[in-house]
Design a protein around this ligand. Sequence first.
Ligand SMILES: CC(C)(COP(=O)(O)OP(=O)(O)OC[C@H]1O[C@@H](n2cnc3c(N)ncnc32)[C@H](O)[C@@H]1OP(=O)(O)O)[C@@H](O)C(=O)NCCC(=O)NCCS
Length: 174
Amino acid sequence: MAELPEASGLPGKPTAASRTTLSHIMTQNDVNLLGTVHGGVIMKLVDDAAGAVAGRHSGGPAVTASMDEMVFLEPVKVGDLVHVHAQVNWTGRTSMEIGVKVLAERWNESTPATRVGTAYLVFAAVDEEGKPRPVPPVVPSDDRDRRRYQEAEIRRTHRLARRREILESRQRPL
Ligand SMILES: CC(C)(COP(=O)(O)OP(=O)(O)OC[C@H]1O[C@@H](n2cnc3c(N)ncnc32)[C@H](O)[C@@H]1OP(=O)(O)O)[C@@H](O)C(=O)NCCC(=O)NCCS
């Protein structure tokens, strides 16, 4: 059973209110030595889109606390128009999980876009001193958002358990 987030006490905000898409055409400046787009270029776009969502949802500054499950499914090429879709999947008291889906399509063709990557990031909302501040609870808009919320809770439980287990193992002699 996933651990329930501590309530922030703020009114809820629907997922749809902060959902965002960032689009970018890949150029020669974005390639690695193999000639395909560098993973770091995609990760920057993912972080940018997720940061915009976190800022919109929380109504102020938010910082990346972690990025996990960044999966690259297909290579991205020069001339691809990349769309990065991001939304709040889950909220805790001061943190939010942002789910990101990356699609690519040829910039000058009307062929369907291909999913090239996915990622989950945790952002913490912060005040002027960089200290965590409460975030509005996200209100899933439909069944798909409710499923994403449930799955985000599972990831949160695993992240906390892993961190706890590692900290405990450091207390034990080698
Ligand atoms: C993220 C940060 C604000 C957390 O501060 P902290 O003093 O550890 O505060 P807390 O332990 O109360 O954590 C705040 C929230 O973030 C979550 N969090 C912190 N570290 C996390 C991690 N590694 N993974 C997932 N969630 C994390 C906590 O669970 C908590 O969420 P909750 O309130 O919803 O339960 C702080 O570590 C920081 O400023 N990090 C640098 C962020 C940054 O600069 N990012 C850009 C990289 S260049």
